[in-house]
Design a binder for this molecule. Structure first.
Ligand SMILES: [Zn+2]
Length: 237
């Protein structure tokens, strides 16, 4: 776990000891217990959308959705005032701190990925974890278009993916999402799922897996993805 995550966890523990969360309202929907920031108005629809995304993604990933506690913050700023980054998932503890505007489907998917493969294999902030959580966040954003809109430098598009095994910078999450989007389109979801299950040690076996599952060297796949990304023609799905 990275240092800032470790510190956030400590901060949350301290707040809990001060009974800080005691007066947050509690709402149970499906397998999720939402704890809502005092006086924050959350609609039934908001809860329903989150639990639906969770259920649909659990099916897609072929795992049983674990029970989670989800602390809902009004905004990023509200969290920062408490010393917490409210877009964080503690996969092993199955606890989420998220704000309303963030796409909570993303954080919930981290929990599901933790059921598929341990976090030392799929590290929380590595390319494949983030890419999958972005791709399955339930917002239906086309990440190819999103990535193109960022006008990233060629240098970034050519950075070997193996450099992002542990961490991918936050501003490149859409790019990671477009990679998983490409794989699903090109090879089908079953192969992507097979890959996610078999990743070991933060992706140390990515080269071997790429050859075996997708039939291409990892670097060649990156080139194919780049060609697809840069192709301006209409994307049919
Ligand atoms: Zn994430």
């Amino acid at each position: 776990m990275s240092k800032w995550m470790e510190e956030t966890k400590k901060k949350i523990g301290a707040l809990r000891e001060e009974h800080f969360f005691d007066n947050w309202s509690k709402h149970k929907y499906g397998g999720i217990t939402f704890y809502v920031y005092p006086a924050l108005d959350v609609t039934d629809d908001w809860f329903k959308q989150r639990t639906d995304i969770y259920r649909i993604n659990a099916e897609k990933l072929g795992v049983k959705a674990p029970e989670v506690n989800f602390f809902v913050y009004p905004s990023l700023e509200a969290g920062r005032e408490m010393g917490i980054t409210p877009s964080i998932t503690f996969v092993k503890e199955r606890e989420i701190h998220g704000h309303l505007k963030q796409s909570p489907g993303h954080e919930l998917t981290h929990v599901l990925l933790g059921e598929l493969n341990p976090t030392d294999n799929l590290p929380a902030n590595g390319l494949w974890s983030e890419g999958t959580c972005v791709h399955l966040d339930g917002t239906k954003t086309d990440r190819k278009k999103h990535t193109l809109s960022l006008k990233l430098k060629d240098e970034i598009l050519r950075t070997p993916w193996s450099e992002w095994r542990q961490n991918i910078p936050g501003n490149l999450y859409p790019l990671a999402g477009s990679i998983v989007q490409y794989y699903e389109r090109q090879f089908g979801w079953d192969k992507v799922l097979g890959y996610l299950k078999e990743v070991r040690k933060s992706g140390a076996n990515d080269e071997e897996l790429s050859m075996r599952i997708f039939g291409f060297p990892y670097r060649e796949l990156q080139k194919l993805w780049r060609d697809w990304l840069e192709k301006e023609e209409a994307d049919r799905g």
